[in-house]
Design a protein around this ligand. Structure first.
Ligand code: SAM
Ligand code: SF4
Length: 362
């Protein structure tokens, strides 16, 4: 079996069957995959880990995804929008601490007021930081016009997870209405690409009804779409969501974690020069989850810069970590953790996707 896995890893092109074999590898063989992924990472993107200061701008959402704690039907949370001052303060913190990049994330809203507010915040952030920060948006599906307005106002990257690449599974995880349409999500990714963004997507791993062949298809989706960045991690249950009723179908969390590590490592080998995030969901299951993700191929981390008083209202899933850690504590903890993983923080560097740059240059 060991030489079977080694033979696959030597190939230039992985078939779906190859990916299924890699995803099914036992612990001993997983170590071989992890070593290959680490080697690939060092060779193609180096040992720098880039920070994206995460600003959870608002937990208002017009959608009702069955897995998400801030879905609109969940009345448990106090809904909030950050004020302009709070956003600018968080962006300024990132600027002063040489993070070089921020991510603005929120529930999905499409009102003109929301679109205009984001546009003017983008402009204000750039004015305040001498255009030194690169800005990623993660604000869901929007019209082409909106994506263009935000791009022109200075957004560089956009994260829109496909969540799962199997349309049938997608339908099981979302209400069947035009707001939650799989094809529209794919279309949105295409529009983002055409608009000029560095495009990121991702999936949840270990969902009820999800199979190993589904995950292999997710990896193929990233490759076929020629994606620039990926953020993926384990699905984590939330008791106030409809998907919670299927919790008995879930694999235990440590297994979901190991599968997520394998997904990251295989993706690094598959798409050598993209950016891959070590997500907070990894740390939720394992306190050293993000370092482990970094060791096997991830090269981006998103320290949370949302003001502490809002953190308890942006709980996508249960046991979300760092909800009471201020940025200073979080920073020093991350420095130690990243050094322990054998990497260093790329302070003062944008850390744009090399894959995106290579595409433009070629
Ligand atoms: N509303 C935007 C969207 O859906 O694209 C951006 C914010 S949304 C909260 C960001 C991501 O959180 C989603 O793409 C989803 O993958 C992830 N998420 C939501 N609920 C989750 C859960 N229960 N477990 C793990 N990840 C979850
Ligand atoms: Fe809203 Fe995003 Fe959560 Fe879906 S995943 S309910 S769009 S915040």
């Amino acid at each position: 079996m060991t030489s079977f896995i080694k033979n696959i890893l030597e190939k230039d092109y992985f078939t779906k069957e190859d990916l299924i074999s890699l995803l099914s590898a036992n612990q001993k063989n997983a170590r071989i995959i992890f070593e290959k992924a680490r080697e690939t990472k060092l060779k193609f993107v180096g040992n720098k880990v880039y920070f994206r200061g995460l600003i959870e701008f608002s937990n208002f959402c017009s959608k009702n995804c069955y897995y998400c704690g801030i879905r609109s039907d969940n009345k448990r949370y106090r809904r909030y929008h950050l004020s302009d001052e709070e956003v600018l303060e968080a962006a300024n913190y990132a600027y002063k601490h040489n993070y070089s990049s921020i991510v603005i994330q929120s529930g999905e809203m499409r009102s003109q007021a929301f679109v205009t507010r984001i546009e003017s915040l983008l402009k204000s952030i750039h004015e305040q930081t001498d255009k030194k920060l690169h800005i990623t948006l993660s604000l869901g599906e929007q019209t082409e016009k909106t994506y263009r307005r935000w791009f022109e106002a200075g957004a560089h990257r956009y994260l829109l997870r496909i969540e799962v690449s199997n349309p049938e599974l997608y339908r099981k995880l979302h209400p069947s209405d035009p707001k939650h349409d799989f094809l529209k999500r794919i279309e949105a990714l295409k529009i983002l690409r055409e608009t000029g963004y560095q495009v990121g997507t991702g999936v949840m791993i270990g969902l009820p009804f999800q199979t190993i062949p589904d995950l292999a298809d997710d990896l193929i989706f990233f490759r076929d779409f020629d994606i620039d960045m990926v953020g993926m991690g384990p699905y984590l249950e939330h008791e106030d969501t409809p998907l919670y009723q299927f919790r008995d179908l879930l694999m235990p969390q440590p297994e979901r974690f190991r599968l997520s590590l394998k997904m990251i490592a295989i993706l690094r080998i598959l798409m050598k020069d993209i950016n891959i995030a070590a997500t907070t969901a990894m740390q939720t299951i394992d306190p050293r989850g993000r370092e482990k993700a970094i060791m096997v191929g991830a090269n981006v981390i998103m320290p949370n810069l949302t003001p502490l008083k809002y953190r308890n209202d942006y709980l996508l899933y249960e046991n979300k970590p760092c909800i009471d850690e201020n940025p200073e504590t979080c920073n020093s903890c991350l420095e130690v953790r990243i050094a322990m993983a054998g990497d260093e923080i790329g302070y003062g560097e944008w850390g744009d996707s090399k894959h995106f740059k290579n595409k433009i240059d070629s």
